[in-house]
Design a protein around this ligand. Structure first.
Ligand SMILES: CC(C)(COP(=O)(O)OP(=O)(O)OC[C@H]1O[C@@H](n2cnc3c(N)ncnc32)[C@H](O)[C@@H]1OP(=O)(O)O)[C@@H](O)C(=O)NCCC(=O)NCCS
Length: 136
């Protein structure tokens, strides 16, 4: 398998809290899928940490693609879901999936961490040998 790109991001939890308090559901729906909202809203005490970590993960993945939020990409094209163990997994769709495919990325690795004040995420975009882009 070949690492096509990596990305990292750090988000101030207060910045996300402020956006939610200022723009409410409109901000949440623009940035987070219903699955993400359900997970974050289910943990009231750490709600904004979970949101901030997911926001960091989306920005980290955009760094992998090297595009930023343009070229028709929506925040909700990048979704963090959870494996049964609690491990986060990135699912891409829409324009984001198209760009990933153009770059040969067919697998993502994501890791999140957060405290009361900061949330961070790192992302790897990977080409597995079966995708035709990986060389080892
Ligand atoms: C899962 C674990 C690594 C999380 O670490 P933490 O320091 O509590 O919390 P962090 O803020 O660094 O990380 C939280 C994120 O870890 C991720 N995570 C949860 N389970 C995971 C797993 N099995 N594999 C990878 N990542 C996982 C999640 O994305 C979570 O964020 P989210 O709830 O917003 O999705 C930790 O709780 C754990 O189980 N460690 C195993 C060792 C252990 O039991 N340690 C405790 C005694 S020292």
């Amino acid at each position: 398998m070949t690492i096509i790109g990596n990305g990292i991001d750090l988000v101030d939890v207060k910045r996300i809290r402020d956006m939610v308090e200022r723009h409410g559901q409109r901000f949440l729906d623009r940035c987070f899928t219903k699955v993400e909202q359900a997970y974050c809203d289910d943990a009231p005490r750490r709600r904004f940490e979970h949101y901030a970590a997911r926001f960091a993960a989306k920005e980290a993945a955009l760094k992998v693609l090297g595009t930023g939020l343009r070229d028709g990409i929506a925040w909700t094209d990048l979704e963090i879901v959870r494996e049964p163990s609690g491990k986060p997994k990135l699912v891409v769709s829409g324009r984001c999936a198209e760009i990933a495919t153009e770059q040969g990325i067919d697998h993502w690795m994501i890791s999140l961490s957060h405290t009361e004040t900061l949330a961070t995420a790192m992302a790897l975009g990977i080409a597995t040998p079966s995708s035709g882009c990986g060389t080892e």
